[in-house]
Each structure stands twice: as structure tokens, then as C-alpha cells.
Design a protein around this ligand. Structure first.
Ligand code: UT7
Length: 322
């Protein structure tokens, strides 16, 4: 049987850091409220002229170095993002061109915070079908460009970044199971109401902001993530006791703690980056995985559960051996 395996990871975070104390000067908030309600202490924010593809190119280079592959080896590019550079060409083609990756399928996936999990799942299917041999999978967001810096309900939560993985076929596992899902009935609870075929005239106005009913999102997130974590384990015939690491979406430390509790995992077995990155949407899981790998906590052969939940709602989990 052919598995797909992550053989290299990389991340890029913009240089500019905004702390909670910086935000205290902009909106009616406090460091204490943000830390205790969300776990966020600081976040990285792109410059005005910096784009999603700028970040993707850097994280992809780092992942290729880590994997020991060159652009010529890559035969598919998939990027999960809801904040691409432009409407088209899609951001994966921009990355492909800038890195000198030869002609190959290159496309983006729009699944909000679940973007990387969706993209990795698609890469897994192409590899298992024998139609790809080296896939560059990235989750990336310039989400701060969508924020209203006067809205304390949302501007304190998010940050920018990109995380990339190189995925190849392998006789050894590898990805063991993937679980994806979505339920559009919840669209109003977390959405951005301005787009191309709807409300385009509102771009740049007060209407163009992330709208979220945070506590409602919170409840569905905890319930759904608990269910799909178990589903991913069941599908692979693995028990939660066997897990070495949980690498969750980094939206809120309280959601992460609730997930760890459900899985009977001590927080020492959970990779937490929310304090340093904030919620970076599709970039959150791959950047957390990269942090855990590079600081030596996550080791080859260990069993890892990744999971994400976001606007749509969309959700997904991937169980894999590193
Ligand atoms: O990544 C996609 C998925 N997203 C998520 O999973 C996010 C899930 N939701 C959350 O993380 C939390 O619901 C939030 C962090 C967004 C909000 O935390 P909460 O504990 O649910 O707070 P709340 O929305 O119920 O608001 C509590 C109070 C309100 O004041 P009143 O009405 O009780 O007087 C808010 O106005 O906190 C107030 N508040 C703030 N106060 C200081 C809201 N934002 C702020 C703020 N600073 N930045």
C-alpha cells in the first residue's frame, strides 16, 4: 500500500509583531482580557505591500530545504487560503512561477481555517491514486488585511503567516486517516460579507469586516472537533491513548484545552502557538506542526492528530505518523 508522508515543513511569519499592549492603544481592550479569553499575547502582521504569496514563497522554500527537494521535483501545488493575492490567477500558480516549479496542477482551496487540512487531504488522495509524487501543500493567510482595527470583537484575535509541507509517496505511514466536513447552515455565525459577486461595492467600507458570533462558534467548534477527532482515530483503528501529539487549530486556548481534555491528553502533548501567532486561519495548523518539529518535540514515527474548524462552517482532521 502507498501512503503519503510529510517529509519537510516550513513556516514564515511577517517581521512586524503587534502585542496586546499595542492593541490597548487602538481599541477598548486589555492585555488581560485578550490573554484570559483567547490565550493570544502577540501576533505577526503583514506590511501594507506584503502579500500572501510573499509569505508562501518563503515557507515553501523552507519546507523544500527541510525535505531536500528542489522546485524541479514538485509536481503539484495546493494552497489553502481565504486571503489570496488577487481573484485570479490563483495563488498556487503565483507561487509556482516565483519558485520556478515546472508546469503542473496548481490550485487553491477556500475552506477558511480548515484550508490546510483540506489541502493536505487532497494531496493525500492524489498521491494514493499515483497521480502526484511531490506535492507542495501550504496554508496561508493575510487575514489582518480583512480586519477592521476598530472592532475589538475581531481585531484582537487574528494574525498572518504561512506554513508549508512537502508530501510524497511512501511505503511506510504516513497519513493514516483524513476526515473532512462542512455545514453551510452556520454561515452567518462567522463570515466576511464582501466578495466578488456579492457586495463588491462595499469593499473598503465599514461593512468589509469579519463578522463572528464568537460564543456560538465556540460551542459548535468544541462539539465538532471532539467528534471528528474520534472519527479520525476510529477510521484508522487507533485509540486516543496511542497519540503522541495533538496539533490543533490555534483559535482559542480554551478550545484547545477542551479538546485536550476530551482526548485525555495532558497539555504537554499539545502544540500551542496561539500565544505567539494568534488565529492565523489556514496557516495555523502547519505553522504549529513546524514549530513542534523544529524545536525537537515532534519526532519521526510519532502519531499526530491535526484538526481545524472555521467559517462555513468547515472542519477537518488528519491522523498521521510523522
Ligand atoms: O478560527 C475560526 C473559529 N473561530 C473560533 O473558534 C472562535 C471561537 N470563539 C472564541 O474564541 C470566543 O468566543 C471569543 C474569544 C471570540 C470571545 O470570547 P467570549 O468569552 O465568547 O466573549 P463574548 O463574545 O461572550 O464577550 C464577553 C464580553 C462582552 O461584553 P459584555 O457584553 O459581557 O459586557 C464583549 O463585549 O467581552 C467583551 N469583549 C471584549 N472586552 C475586551 C469582546 N471583545 C473584547 C475585547 N476586549 N477585545
Amino acid at each position: 500500500m502507498t501512503y503519503s508522508r510529510i517529509v519537510g515543513m516550513g513556516r514564515y511569519l511577517p517581521e512586524r509583531v503587534m502585542t496586546n499592549f499595542d492593541l490597548e492603544k487602538i481599541v477598548d481592550t486589555t492585555d488581560e482580557w485578550i490573554r484570559t479569553r483567547t490565550g493570544v499575547e502577540r501576533r505577526h502582521v503583514v506590511e501594507e505591500d506584503q502579500t500572501t504569496s510573499d509569505m508562501c514563497v518563503e515557507s515553501a522554500k523552507s519546507a523544500m530545504d527541510d525535505a531536500g527537494v528542489t522546485p524541479a521535483d514538485v509536481d503539484m501545488v495546493i494552497t489553502g487560503t481565504t486571503s489570496p493575492d488577487v481573484v485570479f490567477p490563483n495563488v498556487s500558480t503565483i507561487i509556482q512561477h516565483r519558485l520556478g516549479i515546472p508546469a503542473c496542477p496548481a490550485f487553491s482551496l477556500e475552506a477558511a481555517c480548515s484550508g490546510f487540512i483540506y489541502a493536505l487531504t487532497v494531496a493525500d488522495k492524489f498521491i494514493k491514486a499515483g497521480e502526484a509524487k511531490c506535492v507542495l501543500v501550504t496554508g496561508a493567510e493575510c487575514i489582518t488585511k480583512l480586519l477592521d482595527w476598530g472592532d475589538r470583537n475581531t481585531c484582537v484575535l487574528f494574525g498572518d503567516g504561512a506554513g508549508s509541507a512537502i508530501v510524497v509517496p511512501s511505503a511506510e505511514p504516513g497519513i493514516l486517516s483524513c476526515e473532512l466536513g462542512a455545514d453551510g447552515q452556520y454561515r452567518e455565525l462567522l463570515h466576511y460579507p464582501v466578495g466578488v459577486s456579492k457586495n463588491l461595492a462595499a469593499a473598503g467600507t465599514d461593512e468589509a469586516n469579519i463578522i463572528m458570533q464568537g460564543n456560538e462558534v465556540f460551542k459548535v467548534a468544541v462539539k465538532t472537533l471532539g467528534r471528528i477527532a474520534q472519527a479520525a482515530l476510529d477510521k484508522a483503528g487507533v485509540t486516543k491513548e496511542e497519540l503522541d501529539w495533538l496539533v490543533p487549530h490555534q483559535a482559542n486556548i480554551r478550545i484547545i484545552q477542551a479538546m485536550a481534555k476530551r482526548l485525555n491528553m495532558p497539555m504537554e502533548k499539545v502544540i500551542v502557538t496561539v500565544q505567539d501567532h494568534g488565529n492565523t486561519s489556514a496557516a495555523s495548523v502547519p505553522m504549529a506542526l513546524d514549530v513542534g518539529r523544529r524545536d525537537g518535540r515532534i519526532k519521526e514515527g510519532q502519531l499526530i492528530l491535526m484538526e481545524a474548524f472555521g467559517g462555513g462552517f468547515t472542519w477537518g482532521s488528519v491522523l498521521m505518523r510523522m
